[in-house]
Ligand binder design. Structure first.
Ligand code: SF4
Ligand code: SF4
Length: 222
């Protein structure tokens, strides 16, 4: 049999009489759960299928109040307190149920089987465990989201601090370089010479030069 085979096809191959079928259970008489749709496929945990008539597997009578007989605790293989778990699960007191090790329940169904009040104890446990897992998953996701937010805030603050430090360093470097670059150059500091005066000065210099040449070195010494 392949995984994914519809349960209906499997029962048809086993020559099921659909009219006689009253309850279809997957997973055993105590730990199994009822199926309502024959199109449900076979999965890897499908270890047993019970197709029972009404006389083979009569419906449980309606549950009565717990009479605190303690029979459920006597048969629990995990040494739990099924009666207390039942009360806390029903009242949605999940913290108390968890403190009594509800998550250790293996859902064997022994407690519900011996219960004289026919209380579907395992159904209550399954529902409570599902809600506890959902709450725990939400809590973990919320914690992760909070951590991500805090890391992002810290990263942004660090980036802003780095940016500010770089800006300050650039300003300090610029301030150091400013006197050297902005100092007036010697030639640039000189006032612009009047071209007319310069031409007169050059003519005077030339004339002096010619006179010196005409007089010669001996005359200059006099
Ligand atoms: S066996 Fe049923 S009636 Fe008895 S204590 Fe447990 S839950 Fe209550
Ligand atoms: S179903 Fe859970 S509480 Fe009930 S007998 Fe089994 S292990 Fe114990």
């Amino acid at each position: 049999m392949r995984l994914g085979t519809p349960i209906g096809a499997l029962l048809a191959a086993a020559e099921l009489q659909p009219d006689a079928l009253d309850r279809l259970i997957m997973g055993g008489p105590m730990m199994g759960f009822a199926l309502t749709d024959l199109a449900i496929p076979v999965v890897k945990t499908t270890n047993c299928l019970i197709a029972a008539t009404a006389s083979e597997l009569p419906s449980a009578p309606p549950p009565a109040p717990c009479i605190r007989c303690g029979k459920c605790a006597q048969v629990c293989p995990m040494r739990l307190l099924p009666q207390q778990l039942y009360w806390h699960a029903r009242a949605k007191e999940y913290t108390k149920a968890t403190a009594l090790n509800l998550m250790d329940c293996i859902e064997c169904g022994a407690c519900a089987y011996v219960c004289p009040s026919h209380i579907p104890l395992v159904q209550h446990y399954r529902a409570a465990k599902g809600e506890i897992r959902d709450k725990e998953r939400d809590r973990v996701q919320s914690e992760r989201a909070k951590e991500r937010f805090q890391h992002r805030e810290a990263r942004l603050a660090q980036q802003a601090a780095d940016k500010a430090a770089r800006r300050i360093a650039r300003a300090a470097t610029k301030a150091k370089q400013a006197p050297a670059t902005e100092a007036p150059r010697p030639d640039a500091a000189q006032p612009v010479e009047d071209p007319r005066k310069a031409a007169i000065q050059a003519a005077v210099e030339r004339r002096r030069g010619r006179r010196s040449a005409d007089l010669g070195p001996a005359d200059q010494g006099d």
